[in-house]
Design a protein around this ligand. Structure first.
Ligand code: IPM
Ligand code: MN
Length: 361
């Protein structure tokens, strides 16, 4: 019997509408193939919401998200708001949404697809083994800490990096539970040689690690981790870290796998999950049908699995992505010079058409 699910879709800004449309093409194919009924509604967030509603996260958008079984987001951000005050920026809408839905765990898996070993800056033999997950704390740290202030006239500004034991404990638990189903290794990333917050982070992750004796826990300082990710990327399994470090390291991981446009993410908490590709709004690419939709399509697979519990359907989407890439389909970010690149829509169609009817998981 099929599943009825309500999906709130927030296309947002820049390439957001194009990549969410691509993800929806694939979700529609999944619904048809597996006889599910996805009830889809679209809501504004970010700059488009600023323009039409005057705020980056309109009340009706938040209400629709609370009411949905899962939320799919494209991207937020628009250079037109570069000088706007923080709460009038498109990004504020996404941060408010994460906070309001209590989405403290941002799961960002990354692996090198077969055929893409040479797509990034790494030597193919180093890229080949990359298969890791960044578990980023998403509702704490510098992003939300107070006091915070900017006085441009005075030339002063302040941000605060707070964490509490329960906040670190719950994100560490997510990381350890994930590691159990993988290669059983957690790398906790901090800056404990300088920051008190990081000393707490290290103490708490060590305590949580003691509850998971079957998982190996190592600690790395964030600067050294940034280097190790390039030197020995396949040594990483699950990386757990605070909000800002996770933001920075996950873009680096995008380069490791060949393109930031490939990376999906799931933001999970106690309510409905928010599923968002790792890449941003990429204004320079917007409206040209050139963006890589695979990050958004893999995000749709995470929505199926972590949002709706549809494991077989999620596996079908992953297989379809792999099949299409193995046949040589490449968007502009990945196509070698002089070869034909597929457009965003063409790539989405190819993946949708490659959805197998049944998958053994
Ligand atoms: C991300 C993005 C966001 C973040 C921005 C758009 C607020 O860079 O999801 O990684 O910093 O979290
Ligand atoms: Mn980011």
């Amino acid at each position: 019997m099929g599943r009825r699910a309500r999906l709130a879709v927030l296309p947002g800004d820049g390439i957001g509408p194009e990549v969410t449309a691509a993800a929806m093409t694939v979700l529609k194919a999944v619904a048809a193939r597996f006889s599910h009924d996805f009830i889809v509604s679209e809501w504004p967030i970010g700059a488009i919401a600023m323009r039409t509603k005057g705020v980056p996260l309109p009340e009706e958008t938040l209400a629709a998200c609370r009411d949905a079984d899962a939320v799919l987001l494209g991207a937020v951000g628009d250079p037109a708001y570069d000088l706007a005050p923080r709460d009038k920026r498109p990004e504020a809408g996404l941060l408010e949404l994460r906070k309001a839905l209590g989405l403290y765990a941002n799961i960002r898996p990354a692996r090198v697809y077969r055929g893409l070993e040479g797509a990034g800056p790494l030597k193919p033999e180093i890229a080949r083994g990359v298969d890791l997950v960044v578990v980023r704390e998403l509702t704490g740290g510098l992003y939300f800490g107070t006091p915070r202030a900017l006085d441009l006239a005075e030339g002063t500004a302040v941000n605060t990096l707070p964490y509490t034991r329960p906040e670190v404990e719950r994100i560490a638990e997510v990381a350890f539970r994930l590691a159990v189903g993988r290669r059983k290794k957690v790398t906790s990333v901090d800056k404990s040689n300088v920051l008190e917050t990081s000393q707490l982070w290290r103490a708490v992750t060590t305590d949580v690690g003691a509850r998971h004796p079957d998982v190996v826990l190592e600690h790395q300082l964030v600067d050294s981790c940034a280097m190790n990710l390039v030197l020995y990327p396949s040594a990483f399994d699950v990386v757990v870290t605070e909000n800002l470090f996770g933001d920075i390291l996950s873009d680096e991981v995008g380069a490791l796998v060949g393109s930031l446009g490939l990376l999906p993410s799931a933001s999970l908490g106690d309510g409905p999950g928010l599923f968002e590709p790792v890449h941003g709004s990429a204004p320079a690419l917007a409206g040209r049908d050139v963006a890589n939709p695979i990050g958004a399509i893999a995000t749709a697979a995470m929505l199926l699995e972590d949002g709706l519990g549809l494991t077989e359907e999620a596996a079908a989407v992953h297989r379809a992505i792999e099949a299409v890439l193995e046949k040589g389909a490449r968007t502009a970010d990945l196509a070698p010079r002089g070869t034909r690149a597929l457009g965003t829509r063409e790539m989405a169609r190819a993946v949708a058409d490659a959805i197998p009817a049944h998958v053994a998981v």
